[in-house]
Design a protein around this ligand. Structure first.
Ligand SMILES: C[S@@+](CC[C@H](N)C(=O)[O-])C[C@H]1O[C@@H](n2cnc3c(N)ncnc32)[C@H](O)[C@@H]1O
Length: 268
């Protein structure tokens, strides 16, 4: 009987291929199978050997996609054939990525696996927009929250009431379509309409777009811009720091680190 291979649950980072970790790179360079999601950069897929089997399992809104159970089965099945499998997931695999469910399926099937954490969009996208999540005097706490509420019981799964005033900075993933509801909840539970808000789309990539407003006017601004996912929303006083700390949009032309990485053939 073939000995089982190993599955690496690898965080691909938020978009900029240079944010892949060294351990993620090592796993990709040795992969025999790569199972990847929507939003994964082509540059990263190209790091796997040409002979590796590449399987797209992205879940795009409105498109046919594999269920989570099918993805779990696929990982187990390829590993049981003795393959080294990289499960490449956006950002960090254990932050709103269902990586925990995949790890549980592998554990149950007795398949050896490793988790290679990634740079989550929750921190990297605000950073590329020039917004620190904590800052002395402005914010000493942050929370990362899903805007895609699905408790499975038709009830909100996020305690917006508690979060509205308990945390200085709120980072909302998957919240662009539910933004009006989120804003209404935060205002109803005591957050000021003057609270600054940033909406950052396609952060860390050349397509990065940032809209700045307040809880009072951000819904109108997002609608006017016809903002679509993927978006990270940052809510809190730290957003005001962007005025002085924005760096990415102004340094795209220079990019000395990107050039250095290309020299090491990390990005094409
Ligand atoms: C299913 S969650 C996965 C999060 C991922 N595991 C992480 O740690 O970043 C997908 C959401 O992440 C956010 N996201 C991921 N990449 C992004 C990017 N480059 N720019 C803006 N938002 C991004 C968006 O809110 C998107 O809807």
């Amino acid at each position: 009987m073939t000995a089982p291979g190993r599955v690496f649950l690898v965080g691909a980072g938020p978009g900029d291929p240079g944010l892949l970790t060294l351990k993620g790179l090592a796993a990709l360079e040795r992969a025999e199978v790569v199972v990847y999601d929507h939003l994964i950069s082509r540059d990263l897929l190209d790091l796997a050997p040409g002979s590796a089997e590449r399987i797209y399992v992205g879940k795009e809104v409105g498109a046919h996609s594999r269920s989570q159970e099918e993805i779990n089965r696929l990982l187990v099945e390829r590993a049981l054939r003795g393959k080294s499998v990289v499960r490449l997931k956006g950002g960090d695999p254990f932050v709103f990525g269902r990586g925990g469910e995949e790890a549980a399926a592998l554990a149950e099937a007795g398949v050896p696996f490793e988790v290679v954490p990634g740079v989550s969009s929750a921190v990297a996208v605000p950073a590329y927009a020039g917004i620190p999540l904590t800052h002395r005097g402005l914010s000493s706490s942050f929370a990362v929250v899903t805007g895609h509420e699905d408790s499975g019981k038709g009830e909100p799964s996020v305690d917006w009431e508690g979060l509205a005033t308990a945390v200085d900075t709120l980072v909302v993933l998957m919240g662009v379509r539910t933004l009006p509801r989120i804003v209404t909840s935060l205002l109803a539970h005591g957050r000021s309409a003057e609270t600054p808000v940033a909406l950052i789309r396609w952060g860390t990539t050349e397509a990065q777009q940032t809209i700045i407003g307040t809880l009072g006017d951000i819904v109108g601004k997002a609608e006017a811009a016809r903002l679509e996912p993927p978006v990270v929303a940052v809510i809190g006083q730290v957003v005001t720091l962007r005025e002085h700390l924005r760096w990415f949009e102004t340094s795209l032309a220079a990019e000395p680190l990107a050039a250095a990485l290309a020299g090491h053939s990390v990005i094409g």
